[in-house]
Design a protein around this ligand. Structure first.
Ligand code: UDX
Length: 455
């Protein structure tokens, strides 16, 4: 059956990775897949996958493509008019060339794609790059008069779903909280997504998760067209030696190449891997606390500090000035490959959804240091629902102190009983993730369903 998927994504690493992986899965069925992002994003991405059926397109050359100098929300808003026009032209071109688009897929910061899809009467799918539980929270927040919205009282705990623990204020995605600097920007974006999904019966949501991981949340939103298509992670996590798909491709940052040799010298489950994703910038004081905790723990560590923000310079200086440990700092790495290396014993993470999912499917327990957005919700789920890690508590200045980090590391890597249970739980989720993507598994069947409805 003829299929042409157009996948549009904002050039953030956390949007690129699941978009590319979804594209690989769809192209595997023989479909044509066109990946579309901004000019600057396309130029910046390294080692783009070139699979059969893949092609790339870009837009927005008429404006300054640098959100850092323009302000993020005005940049995102300006993409709307230019992106919509460009998308219309692309859709017309593909139709004229005899390759009409059969499904438009788009990521969170591009809700206008659904408007174009409706106008052209093409089905559309919102690729949601956070967990399904976060989606249920947003849905309730926008829908109910007196649900979460009515309860925005910091002292109140919320019963979200029957089988979930009580959620406090600090466990909700940060931009739902009244004092969040992101609220004014993100709330209308999510509101628009949810409105489109409710008004257009040909639109649906693809979530980067698997059903077994979030059963209750899926029940809660069962009346929506929502499909779990994850984990959208290179399939090497299944340990199949015939698979060459070991990393996402499309990195925005340059990787160093030397860390695998170093990891190979370390004993099984001994190394602490530290990464705060592609967006968070840590204060100098926070980096100092992490470094001291790692050194005091006496364990080897691999720490990603992006050189684009000169993040690593300060830490190198601290190490030169005597805070030495058995650790290496890299500007970027292939995280999915690192997490599946036998030497990794623990992941200190900000709990971005991709990192959280990658830790689950690699079977690696975590220390959660959430910073903003959905990371607080993911940390809650990791600690209290999935049982694969602990959440480190920040002080009043939002800094997690060295004693707290060290205590968490001792629990996850050192504490025989709790640490062992976390590793067992992580192993259990890994097993279920592998089952989900295998022939006959929940994600496998969902992808088949997606191919049927979008042909
Ligand atoms: C953002 C938000 O911050 C997060 O809350 C939300 O859930 C998704 O969007 P980000 O902070 O970048 O994401 O974190 P995350 O979702 O974990 O994505 C980072 C991606 O970069 C992961 O896929 C990870 O594997 C990859 N990565 C990170 C690398 O490939 N190499 C690295 O060195 C570090």
């Amino acid at each position: 059956m003829y299929r042409h998927y157009l996948i549009l994504f904002f050039p953030f690493q956390s949007h690129i990775n699941p978009s590319l992986q979804l594209a690989k899965n769809l192209a595997g069925s023989g479909a044509k897949v066109t990946l579309v992002t901004t000019n600057r994003g396309l130029k910046q991405m390294e080692s783009l996958p070139t699979l059969k059926g893949f092609s790339y397109a870009s837009f927005s050359n008429e404006i300054d493509d640098d959100y850092q100098s323009n302000g993020f929300s005005s940049y995102v808003a300006s993409l709307r008019s230019i992106g919509s026009q460009k998308l219309m032209h692309l859709m017309e071109k593909y139709s004229a060339d005899g390759e009409p688009v059969t499904l438009l897929v788009y990521s969170i910061l591009l809700p206008w794609v659904a408007v174009v899809a409706r106008e052209l009467q093409v089905p559309s799918a919102f690729l949601f790059i956070q967990c399904a539980t976060a989606f249920t929270i947003y849905h309730r927040f926008f829908k109910s008069q007196d649900g979460i919205h009515g309860q925005m009282d910091p002292s109140v705990s919320i019963k979200l779903l029957q089988s979930l623990p009580l959620f406090s204020f600090r466990d909700l995605p940060s931009f739902l909280l009244p004092d969040s600097p992101l609220s004014g920007f993100m709330i209308p974006v999510m509101q628009e997504h949810i409105q489109v999904l409710e008004q257009d019966p040909r639109s649906f949501v693809l979530v980067n998760t698997f059903e077994e991981l979030e059963q209750e949340s899926f029940k809660d939103i069962a009346n929506m067209n929502i499909i779990a298509v994850g984990p959208l992670i290179p399939l090497a996590f299944c340990d199949r030696s015939d698979l060459t798909d070991k990393s996402f491709g499309g990195d925005l940052f340059s990787k160093s190449e030397d860390y695998f040799q170093w990891l190979d010298t370390k004993p099984k489950c001994s190394v602490i891997y530290v990464s705060f994703g592609s967006l968070a910038v840590l204060k100098k004081e926070q980096k100092e606390e992490i470094l001291h905790a790692l050194v005091e723990s006496g364990r080897p560590f691999l720490w990603v500090l992006r050189s684009s923000n000169s993040e690593e310079e300060e830490v190198h200086k601290m190490m030169e000035n005597g805070v030495k440990g058995d650790g290496i700092i890299v500007p970027w790495c292939s995280q999915v490959e690192v997490l599946s290396h036998q030497s990794i014993g623990c992941f200190v993470t900000h709990c971005g959804w991709n990192s959280t999912l990658e830790s689950l499917v690699s079977g690696v327990p975590v220390v959660c240091c959430p910073q903003f957005s959905d990371q607080t919700t993911n940390a809650k789920m990791v600690e209290e629902v999935w049982g694969t890690g602990v959440r480190a508590k920040a002080n009043e200045e939002s800094i997690v102190e060295r004693g707290e980090i060290k205590k968490c590391l001792d629990i996850v890597v050192g504490d025989e009983d709790r640490g062992k249970r976390m590793r067992e739980n992580a192993g259990k989720w890994r097993g279920l993730a592998i089952e989900a993507v295998k022939e006959g598994g929940s994600t496998y069947n969902n992808l088949k369903k997606l191919l049927e409805i979008s042909g």
